[in-house]
Ligand binder design. Structure first.
Ligand SMILES: Nc1ncnc2c1ncn2[C@@H]1O[C@H](COP(=O)(O)OP(=O)(O)OP(=O)(O)O)[C@@H](O)[C@H]1O
Length: 295
């Protein structure tokens, strides 16, 4: 079939049968947010099992957290996942799998936003600018799509000032200026604690135990003390973790020798003044102001 004729044929058939709504038709050709659409848990499970190796805890926790969150019509706060592990253990990889299952275009989606600390927030002297632009970015994109996904890579290298800019979106707020952040998903990737996770795995191996025997309870105390409870921790967003843990300590999950996970949900609702809509590769100001620092 030739695509234009096929499109017209589908349109005509839809109009005649009433089978496809305008939205359905539109979303066949353009990317739609589809925030109400539940997550296909079987597809996500299959994806994780087939593509992600050696990360049974990450698989289990991500699957549980994402399906539970997306199938909840009224989440109290956004979902926050924190993945820990050494370099090359699959944190970005698993984030991509998660993103693709939330928005089919994955990292190419206008609803999935990837930030790399050293790339997007490199200069300490520009922290105020980063804070302002990041908050506008999040507001603008959550206004456009409530189920937007924000991935922050290299969290351990992110300036605390920038983390302060993210924190309000993770907290419990019903609404801020009419925008709800409850359906947004924040994924933080960090090398912090990677050595501790690896040491635990090594201890298991030396004791003749299988990697799959490692359970969350084996990692939680190690990471809690070594990363989150340590004044000199590389994990600069400890205050967020601390507050959340106090609220829901049972949600503090620690993963494996690689994507270690620490899912917890945080929430906050907010509203955007709506001055602009930002997408992953560009930021357009409705007011006609200049571009953001983000690519
Ligand atoms: N557990 C895994 N299962 C399958 N493939 C993996 C796994 N870990 C890493 N890989 C492969 O290695 C590549 C690099 O991994 P990835 O970028 O996800 O690591 P990372 O933990 O994010 O590292 P960094 O901390 O340096 O950002 C992935 O694109 C993937 O192809």
């Amino acid at each position: 079939f030739e695509p234009i004729s096929l499109g017209i044929a589908i349109g005509a058939a839809s109009a005649l049968t009433g089978y496809l709504s305008y939205t359905d038709l539109y979303c066949r050709f353009a990317e739609c947010c589809r925030e109400e659409q539940p997550l296909n848990a079987s597809a996500l499970k299959l994806n994780l099992e087939e593509k992600l190796f050696g990360q049974h805890l990450a698989t289990e926790v991500i699957l549980k957290a994402l399906t539970g969150f997306r199938n909840n019509k009224n989440p109290k706060k956004p979902l926050t996942l924190s993945l820990h592990g050494w370099a090359g253990t699959g944190k970005n990889f698993v984030s991509q799998i998660a993103a693709e299952n939330l928005h089919p275009k994955g990292l190419k989606s206008g609803f999935v936003h990837l930030f790399v600390s050293t790339l997007h927030f490199p200069h300490e002297q520009h922290i105020k600018l980063y804070q302002d632009q990041l908050q506008r970015w999040i507001r603008g994109n959550v206004s456009a799509c409530a189920s937007s996904v924000f991935i922050f890579d290299e969290m351990d290298k992110l300036h605390p000032g920038v983390i302060d800019a993210i924190k309000p979106f993770l907290d419990y707020y019903e609404q801020i200026d009419g925008v709800s952040y409850r359906k947004a998903i924040f994924i933080f990737l960090s090398n912090a604690g990677g050595d501790l996770i690896t040491k635990t795995a090594l201890d298991f191996w030396r004791a003749g135990r299988k990697r799959e025997d490692i359970q969350l309870k084996d990692l939680e105390p190690v990471l809690s003390v070594g990363v989150f409870n340590n004044k000199h921790s590389e994990c600069p967003w400890w205050p967020v973790a601390q507050r959340t843990d106090r609220q829901k300590p049972h949600r503090l999950l620690h993963p494996l020798p690689a994507p270690g996970i620490q899912p917890r949900e945080d929430v906050r609702a907010g509203r955007d003044e709506g001055p602009r809509f930002c997408h992953r590769r560009r930021c357009r100001h409705q007011s006609g102001r200049g571009n953001d620092v983000f690519p």
